[in-house]
Design a protein around this ligand. Structure first.
Ligand code: PEP
Ligand code: MG
Length: 589
């Protein structure tokens, strides 16, 4: 028998866990599209070929939705909904028909051109999560092109063994055809940590490695592989020693995961009885169920950007209201913290088009953009206020850099409240209004801000980027992105002190809260509400339940004396081992 050599590929760890199985290739490489000239007499025919392909795509997607319902995978509905919305979008449909007519090109060629324009817009988006949403348009486009060309969608066929699905990209429509008992991992050419494959895999609790670029061309069907979703590695043809090592790691990880599950139900109470509120960060409504299943006691951050991004026109007040209301009802009496739009003008494909900015991270974005585009801002505020009548809604403004912005936004809230009152529409007049503290200036004036808002929520993802002047998405400076940097520790302490002095709620919704070790530092600093992606909740809870706040002062005092991030980390580990001797040293740290 031919002995193949072991070879490893490193991609992006998208969903944790270890899987061992055989490759099943899902061939979804780009289909090549011929563009050619048509005669004026062929225009109407080409347009109708295009429109029929769109209609067929709609029917196919509705079928997928029915299949998702049958398989009880409704949590992925929103992705198909998004694709259905794209199919209806005038920009896609009209622009393609227009190109066929004016440039006399065939339907598939015209559509490809339009798709390229969309792709160019999405590629410019800074926010990685939102950038990934461009893949929805790409997937829809590919479906229409296949329909125009009368091509079947790729299939994996019957699975007989434990299979690792290797694909260019994956969508929920693809996952419908899998026998989930036999699919042990996903591996894709495309994608980052917030791609569809990553989101799907995490919610299905299947290990995944994405962003391997050309892996569909490098591995063949039936190749034995190990997928390490914890470190983002794919090992093909593993030798006996590697296999043994990974079997052990897999056993260890699965035991740990099982143990963690028992923590979902338990409250996050420290060993000495202090309650910590564990909340979830979510992007779309369907994630709310995952949050509840993981024991979230509310939503600490509802990012509303997705609603604006996955489509080409901003959402209506009614649409937003329905979505916020559902979240509020689902979590009542726990809080649902709705953050107003946190993106800039360059993120919109249509409606608002602002000039390109050379430094968008510091440009007209977030609350600045809302205060500039007041019409959109008012629509969102009306929707949030209306939803506040149905649960414990909190309103939050992102990227506040000073009190003037808080006051300007506050004035608009007052006007919108008055408007609703005049219209006889109910809302909670006492709803809590807070801000994200994520700019250095907000840290410096935390005392001034604390006097005029109901709560702070610290956005450490941005706070670290702005404080340390390190672009959070730039891999060349990623080594400088240090959550344990003494400057960050000092900032967190400064903010906490200001919030405590003003007696306002203190939350954190940056990903740092999901790091168990750091969560202890936050609790020790007096942060009583921690919000993070749902999957992180039980890990954090486990350690918090072992922490005695009697040690908090000593821990903070010694950490504050440290001079570098490495020192902070070393001392933190030492202290946690000292104060929580039975904490699992391999997995929690
Ligand atoms: C943050 O900046 O920490 C945060 C939670 O918000 P986002 O990641 O959406 O910028
Ligand atoms: Mg932020």
């Amino acid at each position: 028998m031919e002995q193949r050599t072991q070879i490893s590929y490193t991609g992006i760890a998208a969903s944790p866990g270890i899987a061992i199985g055989e490759v099943r290739l899902l061939d979804r490489r780009r289909i090549s599209v011929q563009e050619y000239k048509i005669s004026p007499e062929q225009i109407e025919e080409e347009i109708s070929v295009f429109l029929e392909a769109v209609e067929l795509a709609r029917k196919q997607l509705e079928l997928v939705q029915r299949e998702l319902v049958r398989q009880s995978k409704t949590e992925h509905f929103y992705i198909i909904d998004t694709q259905l919305l794209i199919l209806k979008d005038a920009m896609l449909i009209d622009s393609t028909s227009e190109l066929i007519r004016t440039e006399l090109i065939n339907a598939a060629g015209a559509l490809k051109k339009v798709l390229r324009r969309f792709a160019a817009v999405f590629e410019r988006i800074e926010d990685e999560y939102l950038r990934e949403r461009g893949s929805d348009i790409e997937l829809v486009g590919e479906r229409i092109i296949r329909n125009i060309n009368g091509m079947e969608l790729p299939q994996v066929g019957e699975l007989e063994r434990r299979s690792v699905i290797v694909a260019h990209d994956l969508s929920p429509a693809d996952t419908c055809q899998f026998d989930v008992d036999l699919v042990v991992a996903f591996v894709t050419d495309l994608g980052g940590p917030t791609s569809h494959t990553a989101i799907l895999a995490r919610s299905m609790e299947i290990p995944a490695v994405v962003g391997l670029e050309k892996i569909t061309r490098l591995v063949g069907d039936n190749t034995p592989v190990i997928v390490d979703g914890n470190s983002g590695v794919l090992i093909c043809n593993p030798d006996a020693e590697t296999l043994k090592k990974y079997l052990e790691l897999k056993r260890h990880y699965e035991f740990y995961k099982k143990q963690l599950r028992s923590y979902c139900e338990l409250p996050a109470v420290t060993a000495d009885g202090k309650n910590i509120s564990m909340q979830a960060n979510i992007e779309f409504l369907p994630e709310a169920d995952i949050a509840l299943n993981n024991g979230a006691q509310g939503i600490g951050l509802l990012r509303t950007e997705f609603m604006y991004m996955a489509r080409l026109q901003p959402p209506t007040e009614e649409e937003q209201f329905q979505s916020y209301k559902k979240a509020a009802e689902l979590f009542a009496p726990y809080p649902v913290t709705i953050r107003t739009l946190d993106i800039g003008g360059d993120k919109f494909v249509s409606d608002i088009s602002l000039e390109d900015e050379s430094n968008p991270a510091m440009g007209l974005r977030s609350i600045r953009m809302s205060l500039c585009e007041k019409r959109l801002f008012r629509i969102q505020l009306r929707a949030i206020l209306r939803a506040s009548a149905y649960g414990n809604v909190r309103l939050m403004f992102p990227m506040i850099s000073g009190l003037a912005e808080v006051r300007a936004a506050g004035e608009i809230i007052t006007q919108v409240m008055q408007e609703l009152e005049n219209e006889g529409i109910s809302f909670n007049r006492d709803l809590k209004v807070g801000i994200m503290v994520e700019t250095p200036s907000a840290v410096f004036v935390a005392d001034i801000l604390a006097a005029e808002v109901d709560f702070f929520s610290i956005g450490t993802n941005d706070l670290i980027q702005y404080c340390l002047a390190v672009d959070r998405g730039n891999e060349h400076v990623a080594y400088l992105y240090e959550p344990f940097h003494p400057a960050i520790l000092r900032a967190l302490k400064h903010i906490a002190d200001a919030a405590h002095a003003a007696e306002i709620d203190l939350c954190i919704c940056g990903e740092m809260a999901a790091e168990p070790m750091f969560s202890i530092v936050l609790v020790a600093l007096g942060y009583s509400q921690l919000s993070m992606s749902s999957q992180g909740i039980s890990r954090v809870k486990k350690l918090i339940r072992q922490w005695d706040t009697g040690h908090s002062q000593e821990l903070i005092d010694i950490l504050m004396e440290q001079k570098t991030a490495a020192d902070v980390l070393r001392v933190l580990k030492e202290k946690l081992r000292q104060f929580i001797p039975d904490a699992d040293p391999t997995l929690d740290y």
